[in-house]
Write a protein that binds this ligand. Sequence first.
Ligand SMILES: Cc1cc2nc3c(=O)[nH]c(=O)nc-3n(C[C@H](O)[C@H](O)[C@H](O)COP(=O)(O)OP(=O)(O)OC[C@H]3O[C@@H](n4cnc5c(N)ncnc54)[C@H](O)[C@@H]3O)c2cc1C
Length: 470
Amino acid sequence: MTRQHTHAAGRRTGIPSRRGGRSAAPVPQAAVPRRGPGGRRALTTLFWVGLVAAVLPWWLDTPAGSLDSTGAVLTAAGRIAGLVAGYLLLVQVLMMSRLGLLGRLAGERISRWHRDVGATLVVTVLAHLSLIVVGYAAGRRSVLGQAGELLREYEDMVAAVAAAGILVLLGLTGIRAVRTALPYELWHHLHLASYLVLLLGFSHQFSNGAQLFPAGPVRAGWITAYGLVAAALLWGRVVAPLRFNLRHRLRVADVVAESPDTVSVYLTGDRLDRIDLLGGQFFRWRFLTRGCWWQSHPFSVSAAANGRWLRLTVKVVGRHTADLRDLDQGTRVWAEGPSGTFTAAHRTRERALLIAGGSGITPLRAMLEELPPGAALIYRARTPDDVLLNRELDWLAQERGTDVWYVIGSRDDQGPRQVMSAEGLRRLVPDVARRDVYLCGPPGLMEQSVRALRRAGVPRRQIHLATFEL
Ligand SMILES: Cc1cc2nc3c(=O)[nH]c(=O)nc-3n(C[C@H](O)[C@H](O)[C@H](O)COP(=O)(O)OP(=O)(O)OC[C@H]3O[C@@H](n4cnc5c(N)ncnc54)[C@H](O)[C@@H]3O)c2cc1C
């Protein structure tokens, strides 16, 4: 079943919501600036240059003709894998530093890069371990005997093997089926063990690494790279959040039920007009109250910046989200962000189509306020009760000249399936191929919609995804 709201001119009345006294964000009239893919290209180039620089010392140190036996070849491969692994670990931790500049340059790709580098890192570490053991053992002794000797006789080897073990466990939690089965907080805390990997693996590189052991420019360069990553971590994880929270002193102003299983949390604070926030971005929120203070969860802002309040809209799916229903007014909030490039500023075309599923409406609702007139929203929900913030959406449809369609029905219903097909999308939005498309919702809806959009002729670079998965 579909229902359409077209943009009949309407008198501005303020956002109709279930709370009194609050009015909508001022609607920006100008289109937001566009940002191109140049940053991603620069980072990709830097990555490959760094990788070559990491392996170069081995190349320079290895005389021609010295790889004259199977053992020597395997050992050399192991050493290269070790250098690559050390470099990838640094890149991986850098991507966890939440450095704003990195996020801005990498855009939405950063989470995919993080997953890809993580998987490659695990494989490279395992390759390093096995190649070194087999290479050292070749023609001399058993592999097990060699492994025992390395553990007993080589300095920092036990710590390095422990680091490799933790890394493999982390790799397992990166598998989608495992990740989605774990509570967010457990997954998040396990993920922090990456720092332990960095610490445990650090000394091994210098005490056992053939290229890094001798004092000289290579060793100094490697230590400098570690220093820079540590500085990025300190800045992104400690200094910047501290500055933000001391400056804005956020606290809960109100908690409003949006549906039986969804609440909006309104926050106030100091100098909110100075927060450089775009619709579609998210913060990691820590509510400083009993039972919640030790957890920090990501939630998008569900209204554009207005200088007076911030809002997040939360669907109850587990323990933490259930606790947010009972937040008291005045509860202090520690926020890290804003993060993410799922914003109107990152589009490549003038017009946009937004596709939301369930609670995935939250970032899109905020983004709608910042898109120029002519945007379209398709909101997919199982039942009418699952539609969130619909009064605000209807108001925005009028105020911002936006077409809004509610597509209601279960996954197997023929009606919604047809609407969400390539032909259905083209019929609703004839110029879909010339729009940027923003999608946020359950993975199934996203995958199916991306396929339909591609068939409808939308280029990949015009499709932007937010999955609520890290
Ligand atoms: C960048 C980003 C932005 C987000 N923005 C929002 C937002 O604006 N509003 C919002 O409600 N959520 C949002 N989320 C999801 C939100 O962070 C999680 O729902 C929350 O952390 C779950 O915590 P919990 O302890 O209550 O549940 P958990 O115990 O962590 O999860 C319980 C179960 O629910 C599943 N689950 C987790 N999230 C969802 C979901 N969104 N829908 C259905 N099932 C889920 C988990 O896989 C798990 O099996 C966002 C996530 C990310 C990564």
